[in-house]
Design a binder for this molecule. Structure first.
Ligand code: ATP
Length: 319
């Protein structure tokens, strides 16, 4: 049975005149891995800090596993693991001492504490590093220790703010595989990033935030389908490419991008296969000497840019 683990309703937060989070609402079901995507300054960290009980909203509600984050933050804190983008790297403290400190704070005692620390060190792959000082760790090692700390009390919900930022490709792969294992265990994972491709393959669903507002909440494929520019066909012609430009001007519903002396990209506003086939056939029948057609998959990034443009056209985004 589905269960809402994170429920956010009408969340708002301003800093002076700046409305960092304008009116954000969404529900996240148990076991979902959710990508929280947005440009720098879109309001991701502010939203996540409100979910993590670190920031008080000006308006709105947050519930985690049914617990009210504003009325009962302690109940929420026991359900969440918070992985900030940068964690406090105390001096002269080893990884083991760091995890031991937090395990004691979570009231693990005696053998149970030793066992729990060992479990998270093994899981995050830092057992061999346990005597290293945490202020001397690399970005990736530090990130693993931070994840280990967040997992000590076995939270149901994991909130990770830009966990992949600054990691090399290998560390990123390792992080993704840890996230996958946690998701298979049934944890609900909410991860922010400003890099779309970083999250698309591990997330079940994505929430796009722009200027403190949710622009899209759904899967990657849904986003691509919903994008306005349905199909892009790269065309090379033998004629002078000016002929291609003139032909496009006479054909509504098709636009030309990236024109060069060999051709360009045809963008179909409505991208049904029938329309594409009919248009390409007409193009040849009307005298264009086509030497190559190449259908290009819409990338998630360009789908997102379309979404932004559509929102701006509809004036959904307020300045
Ligand atoms: N404590 C604060 N005081 C004043 N302004 C703040 C504060 N925290 C955030 N802001 C502003 O609120 C806006 C949203 O910031 P936030 O950190 O939530 O964005 P973000 O999407 O996480 O960005 P990034 O990807 O760069 O971390 C930004 O314009 C930021 O400068």
């Amino acid at each position: 049975m589905s269960q809402v683990m994170i429920s956010v309703r009408g969340l708002k937060r301003s800093f002076g005149k700046l409305e960092a989070v304008k009116d954000v609402s969404f529900d996240i079901q148990r076991g979902q891995v959710v990508g929280f995507i947005g440009a720098n300054g879109a309001g991701k960290t502010t939203t996540m800090r409100m979910i993590a009980t670190l920031e008080t909203p000006d308006a709105g509600e947050v519930h985690i596993c049914g617990e009210d984050a504003i009325d009962d933050p302690n109940a929420v804190r026991s359900k969440i693991g918070w992985v900030p983008d940068e964690f406090g790297r105390y001096q002269n403290m080893t990884i083991y001492e760091y995890l031991d400190f937090f395990a004691r704070a979570f009231d693990y005692r005696d053998q149970e504490r030793l066992n729990r620390i060992q479990e998270v060190m093994d899981f995050t792959g830092v057992t061999d590093l346990k005597d290293r000082f945490i202020d001397k760790l690399s970005k990736g090692q530090g990130q693993r220790v931070c994840l280990g700390r967040a997992l000590l009390h076995d939270p149901e919900v994991l909130l990770m703010d830009e966990p992949a930022a600054g990691l090399d490709p290998k560390a990123r792969m390792e992080l993704k595989s840890l996230i996958r294992i946690l998701a298979e265990e049934g944890k609900t994972i909410f991860i922010s990033s400003h890099i779309l491709s970083e999250l698309s393959e591990i997330c079940d669903t994505m929430i796009f935030l722009e200027q403190g507002q949710v622009l899209h909440h759904g899967g990657a494929e849904e986003l691509k389908r919903g994008a306005k520019e349905g199909v892009c066909i790269k065309v090379k012609v033998l004629n002078d490419s000016k002929v291609l430009e003139e032909w496009v001007e006479m054909n509504p519903g098709v636009r030309l991008l990236d024109l060069n002396n060999k051709g360009g990209r045809l963008i179909f506003d409505e991208g049904s296969d029938e329309l594409v086939a009919e248009t390409l056939k007409r193009m040849i029948n009307e005298g264009l000497q086509v030497i190559e057609f190449n259908r290009e998959e819409k990338t998630l990034e360009s789908a997102f840019v379309d979404l932004l443009n559509q929102a701006e056209d509809k004036e959904l985004l307020t300045p």
